[in-house]
Design a protein around this ligand. Structure first.
Ligand code: CP3
Length: 347
């Protein structure tokens, strides 16, 4: 039995009919809310992640200030490489930096599958505290990066548009790449199980760079490992896979048994639905850059998006993370428009 006052997200993920479409926004915690930016002046990025009181406060801000139907824990996908033994820095205006990347077999000696209670217990503490502070208002989402996306950062050492270095590593040293992917997968399974035990109702796997791979390579380098994670979490949490740009592999992703699949704005919802079949819940797919539009335009475009999902099963979301320059009332207009919408089938 769920004791949540608002469990729309969970029911939508189970494929049940809901009175309206649930809505949340990727990267809703942090980035654009003025109260977050104030905390950012006082504490470093990892201080914010590692202090449960700060992480919980940031997690709840969009629930209270924007009215979303779910909270997503404030953290980052790169806490996993950090827990495995790599140094990770967040450089202002530049993004992540891993000064000693993985380049060859001997580099694997520097990393290991950690005891997640020791190295990531602060995330579990933040989840437990957030759960308590939410007091049943909305479900709580946990998350991790997909093994492929984490490999990209661990090998490249920084962000990239193409991750050619990570690909070169995989294509020239496939055996080492697969050992690395399996180490990340084993860590991620333990980590997400810990998140579920600490109160995450749903876990989302972010494969931000899945779209860089051909369908064949997506299967070999990404989906093979995501499949292990989804299977391991089967009895512990609802699962969502968001592999940005990897729409060519939606059908294969649906076959993993994940409850939800994220899509970005470059695929029509009707086409995605045809690929995945009637059961799985689709999540997305508003172009986050469009939230700069005047509010009446946002309202119109959000309704057009909802029309295209034809009554679901659907979770309204952006097709990627919210951008730092979005005014709060524009984010609120996105959420409010979803809440006020009722799907009427065309006759
Ligand atoms: O959804 C949420 O709001 C929860 C928090 C969250 C963060 N990162 C906080 C963060 C989540 C879900 C992430 C996921 C994440 N991190 C992804 C996958 C989603 C995506 O956007 O594709 C990726 C690729 C990362 C890696 C990462 N972390 C990058 C590339 C950057 C720098 C640029 C950026 O996105 O801002 C970060 C830093 C980061 N992670 C910030 C926040 C709020 C910004 C730094 C700061 O506020 O000090």
């Amino acid at each position: 039995m769920s004791t949540l006052k608002n469990d729309l997200l969970l029911r939508a993920l189970r494929g049940e009919k809901t009175e309206r479409t649930p809505v949340w926004m990727m990267r809703q915690a942090g980035r654009y809310l003025p109260d977050y930016l104030k905390l950012k002046e006082k504490y470093s990025f990892f201080e914010r992640c590692q202090t449960p009181e700060l992480a919980a406060e940031i997690t709840i801000q969009p629930v209270e200030q924007v009215g979303v139907d779910a909270a997503i824990i404030f953290s980052d996908i790169l806490v996993v490489p950090q827990a495995m033994g790599m140094e990770v820095q967040m450089v202002e205006h530049k993004g992540p930096l891993l000064p000693e990347p993985i380049r060859r077999a001997s580099d694997l000696d520097r990393i290991s599958v950690p005891d997640v209670e020791d190295s990531l217990g602060y995330v579990f503490d933040a989840l437990r505290l957030t759960k308590k502070m939410l007091n049943g208002r909305v479900p709580l989402i946990g998350f991790a990066g997909a093994p492929w996306t984490l490999l990209c950062y661990m090998v490249e050492g920084k962000g990239s548009k193409t991750f050619d270095g990570a690909k070169a590593f995989c294509y020239t040293q496939p055996e080492v790449a697969h050992r690395l992917l399996q180490l990340i997968t084993d860590t991620t399974i333990a980590y997400l199980k810990g998140q579920a035990a600490a109160g995450a109702d749903v876990v989302q796997i972010f494969d931000s760079w899945g779209g860089l791979l051909s369908p064949e390579d997506f299967e070999i380098l990404s989906l093979r490992y995501i499949r292990q994670i989804v299977a391991a979490l089967k009895d512990e949490a609802l699962t969502i896979i968001f592999a940005k740009g990897a729409w060519q592999s939606l059908e294969a992703m649906a076959a993993t048994g994940a409850h939800g699949l994220g899509i970005d704005w470059c695929i029509r919802p009707q086409v995605a639905r045809q690929l995945v079949g009637p059961k799985v819940t689709l999540q997305g797919n508003f172009d986050p850059a469009k939230l700069v539009s005047p509010i009446p335009v946002i309202e119109r475009e959000v309704r057009a998006m909802l029309d295209a999902f034809e009554g679901g099963p659907h979770i309204a979301n952006l097709g990627h993370g919210i951008l730092p320059n979005i005014p709060v009332d524009h984010a609120r207009a996105f959420v409010e428009t979803v809440k006020n919408y009722a799907y009427e089938p065309a006759r």
